[in-house]
Write a protein that binds this ligand. Sequence first.
Ligand code: MG
Length: 648
Amino acid sequence: MKRFFHIAALFLATLLLTACPEVKPGPDGPDIPGGPDESWRGQASTEKLSGITYQINVYSFADSDGDGWGDIRGITQHLDYLDSIGATALWLSPIHEAMSYHGYNVNDYTSVSSRLGTENDLKDLISKAKARNIGIYLDFVLNHSGSDNIWFKQAAADPDSPYRDYYLISDTPGGYDNGGMGTWYPMTGADAGYKGRVHFKVDMNAKTVTVTQTSEPVQSPNTQSPKCWLWYGSVTQHVGLYTTGTNIYEITLDIDTDWGFLVCTSTNWADGTKWGGTGKGVTFGVPFQMNNTTAANITFGGDASYYFASFDKSMPDLNYGPAATAATSPAFKSLAEAADHWIEMGVAGLRLDAVIWIYQNNTADNVTFLKQWYDRCNTTWKINGGKGDFYMVGEAWCDNVDKMAPYYEGLPSNFNFYYYWTLKDRINQGRGNDFAQTVTHFRNQFRKYRADFIDAIKLTNHDEDRVAHDLGRDVAKEKLAAAVLLTSPGKPYIYQGEELGYWGNKGKGDEYVRAPIKWARNSGLASASLGGKVDHAMLSESISVEAQEQDPASILRVYRNFAQARNAWKALAKGEMEPLSSPNSAVALWKMSYEGQTVLVAHNFGGGSAAFAVTGCTTDKMIVSNGVADGSSGLLSLGPYASAVFLQ
Ligand code: MG
């Protein structure tokens, strides 16, 4: 019986939703039933005001040449679509030659990856997007390069290379208090190993090993209860040494090892009985001091140093020296020259990856660095005739808003992860009445550090489980999240696929939150980059752009309606949020005002209907809505997860 009721309720809700008039906001003209005086619509702007940025995974957005990889020309071919979703900017995933499909381990910051296109393709995109008032933002990875970057290869090949200064390289790994992120990896220089006949003498009294080149006959390993073993080359077991004195062990061997060797005093050598070095190589004939704490590989005079990587072995961290003088460091200069090239070409902004790790989670140093980086790029922007200040947004992914807010001293814009975490929690709890107050609190924190901060609000991105996943794949909740995002103060980011209701989580791989756009019911997918990690069940005909454009009740329509409203109404696009006391715990209520224009924003975060008296909500001044929303009876009534915006 309960189940029947549920189905009946769903059917009724569907009828209501379908019956609800589709609202075309702004200057395109009124589709809203209401009063005879529609002159208020003349206050709508014909400019694009929204500040919406659409986040693109270039490798999986759209494929123009049929090779299965998304590419830059694919983006250019879909500018109509991006325009229709109100975008005033596109954030492209890293476009440079890189080691992996996602591009975050860059081999050459001055190049365009041949898989994604050419410089001319980028110039063409910049110019055609600009004609639609859409700017292009590049993802710039300053924390680390790829280990195949020529800078790192030269640093690894030659201990005297000037490129050693570009990275954090040390003979004695350790020393960063960096919140647990990062590992020291051996440089593994080409001559770390050795091939030839050598005599080993281990002295466990002095904890030394002496390696001597020799022409003496080779000995078979000692298999009669040895007390000391060697491990080297590709052997999978220890080679026993002969006892020649008190705690003295020796053997002569032909060895072939590409990494050096280790000494063990037990076959259970994980237990403090593994003896090695601290990163230095042996000198033949000279006793080498061993230890069992670092116990690093003992090499043969090659590069025995280590490099630091916050994220991955393939991503050595870049080194800018002391933060106060970062701009004078060789790595900074090289990266700034690369950035100059893109800014001169017409790129309108940069998204900076992982900025809290540039100085290993040291906020003050990172901010000092970022100021210098921003000033350098902004100068280039202005020299090249850029309007206003250059846009730059940081991924300062901190645990809490208080830790992130100081990054506004370094950058004009930062991603607001806390906004999404709050929104997700409140929608899942059906509780909207403290949402505006919480968002205002975040904004007040940012304001402390920069008066003209640009709050980069978002739902999810390429590194997070999808919003649809987080909201239990409940389409009504997903539409609500979209409506809230596009009626909130700040600069909203829409991540590729969010507008279509893509779901997916990182459990089986990041690729599942980076799915290609399904453009038409029967179109193929730009999925070659994803190594088969594609959820074909999700990428059905009905989730396609083609199907959703034709369906008035689709998620895509909600995105488009609210994006158009944001583009047209300056109070929505540029207004400051004024939280209003909510008469219903499920309802979020706020005003947005800008240059004499005010709108009232109402969202029902709950699964039940809500009706209450609120001044200034008449249906004939409803700019945009989603779900069942009505203000005609003197009360504002909102159906489950419904939203409405009224011009005041
Ligand atoms: Mg392609």
